[in-house]
Design a protein around this ligand. Sequence first.
Ligand code: 4H3
Length: 229
Amino acid sequence: MLIDIITLFPEMFAGVFGESIIKRAVEKKILEIRFTQLRDFAFDKHKHVDDSPFGGGAGMVLKPEPVYRAVRDVLNRSDENFSRKIIFPDPGGEVFTQAKAKSLAAQEQLIFVCGHYEGFDARIYDLADELISIGDYVLTGGELPAMVIVDAVARMLPNVLGSAESAATDSFFDGLLGFPQYTRPREFEGKIVPEVLLSGNHAEIKKWREEQSLNLTRTRRPDLLGVRS
Ligand code: 4H3
């Protein structure tokens, strides 16, 4: 999968994309991540990417030309046969879910357009295939949501999670919260590991884990069951 990030702050991604699962996916060439600096496409002598709003009002608005030029530049550097989605992280978007992560993982290319500080000139939205929100709150830019979406999508790609991890035991994987996990020591500050997990009885362990997932979901997230809490 090819990921393109259009942003004013490519350095923001270095930490998150330079470690752990995403770093490994890039090293294994399962993921390729390219950054495009939006300011490179502001051609006025002051390289402005924003301007004051028509009609007055506080704050600035991202100008359409630099964003259109940047998106077209990315598309010109992409395989035209690729399946792709141009995604705007935006509070007004569809709220991101595990199911959405799975469906995006089927694309060959994802292009993220990250606004910052100000809003977008309304005409920029015509470029978007999808607006995605990671929750009902306002952030300074689209960069953090893009990192969240890339992380969740990367975990859905074949061979990204090795044998040591598994998407199958992730919360939400089967629509339920994940079951409780334990490791050594068997007793910690008086808290002991449930006997069934030490029994070696795989059928019983599987049954216990399914029950635990269901109970946890019913208690913490009944909405996931479509059950009125
Ligand atoms: C996404 C983006 C919240 C979310 C965002 C979210 C800043 C949208 C910029 C950016 C525009 C100006 N806030 N909940 N903020 O996923 O691109 O508003």
